[in-house]
Design a protein around this ligand. Structure first.
Ligand code: C2E
Ligand code: CA
Length: 405
């Protein structure tokens, strides 16, 4: 789809602003534009996007201060009706109000592209339209992927036993020096019929059966072996491994881990385990004791997806973590959104004040990479730097990276 095929709805009570927005959309090459002067009229116009029809709205520009039914109420109705159109919120209110409106709309499950303060800058609008088009392309890809058959727990087990799983590695860059210090490992499955599969294809059945540990042990073994292979090539890099909490609480975890490290001659301080924020929130003292014991043995411990849970400071301070991995949703686009930048700065400040390392996850653009420089973040990771890759591809990638830096 290109911009000329888009059907826009401009919902704004102010006729002058409505016309100016419509004119801006024409300049941007939008093919079809409808207008609504009130919340109720806008809701009727969205009907096409609710029950698919030829005139379905693709994108709605919604002014928060719509007369009759205001923008927030309209968005709530759209969410309830499972409207699939993309939404751009506009308003004369301050950035804090716009950010809250955007967050609430997202929480309702509406496809929000962003919020823009009025007077709307053409550049900001163009960027959100480009984002919508990129997402549509992504969705088409996902739709093509979902044509695959569902894989059962038994099939996944057979794949693991047949050695069809392989860790892929994504570099984490130390921002101060530009050096590649750590590789995070992600499971990939070379399926004989379906090709390369990602965790989204096999995690759910493992989680449902409470057996993510099957995968975790296979990835631990292969990642530590990979770490040794790199050390032997004079690349003394660390490895960060995603773990399900139940793998870590197994009674034999530390003994098995030590045996694996001894076999490959890797010291524990080269290994970090990543646990989701929701898991480390546990108030179970025995669990905290296990985490502490890992740190006492020299392993690193990272809180993954930080910011998606509601860890309070007191709970966070007593978790013996060494790294805070800030969730992608606060990093991607932080250079363009003052509100995201504020949240990101807050997370980085928190890590610094607790004297822990921080990782900005999901750096996808040069703008976000530049933005992170000088912010006191320890590592950056994301598609802008590199996508996860096979171990064999890493030394050549590293050579290129070192030439660049
Ligand atoms: P995660 O640890 O939060 O991993 C980040 C996910 O985002 C990875 O997807 C990674 O490939 C992707 N990613 C990295 N950089 C970017 C970026 O710049 N933009 C975007 N859009 N995505 C980026 P992947 O490999 O599909 O992994 C998904 C999740 O599956 C991981 O989330 C992790 O929780 C889980 N996982 C993967 N491998 C393992 C494993 O061996 N054991 C366990 N327990 N979990 C695993
Ligand atoms: Ca992770």
């Amino acid at each position: 789809m290109d911009v000329g095929q888009l059907h826009f709805l401009v919902a704004d009570g102010d006729p002058v602003q409505r016309q100016s927005l419509a004119a801006m959309l024409v300049r941007l090459g939008v093919g079809s534009i409808s207008e609504a002067a009130s919340g109720h009229a806008a809701l009727r116009s969205f009907d096409g996007a609710i029950a698919p029809a030829p005139a379905a709205i693709d994108l709605g520009l919604i002014d928060l201060a719509l007369p009759g039914m205001d923008g927030l109420e309209l968005i709530r109705h759209l969410a309830r009706a499972k409207c699939r159109a993309g939404i751009i919120i506009v308003g004369a209110q301050g950035r804090d109000v716009l950010f809250s409106a955007e967050s609430i709309a997202r929480a309702h499950g509406v496809d929000v592209l962003g919020a823009i303060a009025t007077p709307v800058a053409q550049q900001s609008l163009a960027a959100l339209i480009a984002l919508h088009l990129a997402r549509q392309e992504g969705l088409a890809e996902v739709a093509a992927r979902t044509a695959r058959p569902e894989l059962t727990f038994e099939e996944i087990g057979q794949g693991l036993q047949a050695g069809q799983f392989e860790p892929f590695f994504q570099p984490m860059i130390e921002l101060e020096t530009g050096h590649v210090k750590v590789l995070e490992t992600f499971a990939r499955w070379h399926h004989p019929q379906h090709g390369m599969l990602d965790p989204v294809d096999f995690m759910a059945p493992l989680r449902q059966r409470g057996r993510v540990d099957f995968l975790d042990w296979s990835m631990i073994e292969a990642s530590v072996a990979g770490c040794r292979a790199l050390h032997d090539q004079d690349i003394p890099i660390s490895i960060s491994i995603n773990l399900a909490p139940h793998t870590l609480v197994q009674a034999s975890f530390i003994t098995q881990m030590r045996a694996c490290l001894a076999q490959h001659r890797i010291r524990p301080d080269y290994i970090t385990f990543e646990l989701p924020e929701s898991a480390v929130l546990s108030t179970d003292l025995l669990f905290l004791e296990r985490l502490l014991r890992l740190r006492m043995q020299g392993f690193g411990l990272a809180i993954d997806d930080y910011g998606t849970g509601c860890t309070n400071l007191q709970a966070l301070a007593r978790i013996p973590f060494s790294e805070l991995k800030i969730d992608r949703s606060f990093v991607d686009g932080a250079s363009k959104s003052p509100a995201l930048a504020t949240v990101l700065r807050g997370c980085l400040g928190l890590a610094r004040s607790l004297d822990r390392r921080s990782v900005a996850v999901g750096v996808e653009t040069e703008a976000d990479w530049d933005f992170l420089q000088g912010m006191g973040c320890t590592y950056a990771q994301g598609y802008y730097i590199a996508k996860p890759m096979a171990l064999l591809d890493f030394p050549a990638w590293l050579k290129d990276w070192r030439q660049f830096f």
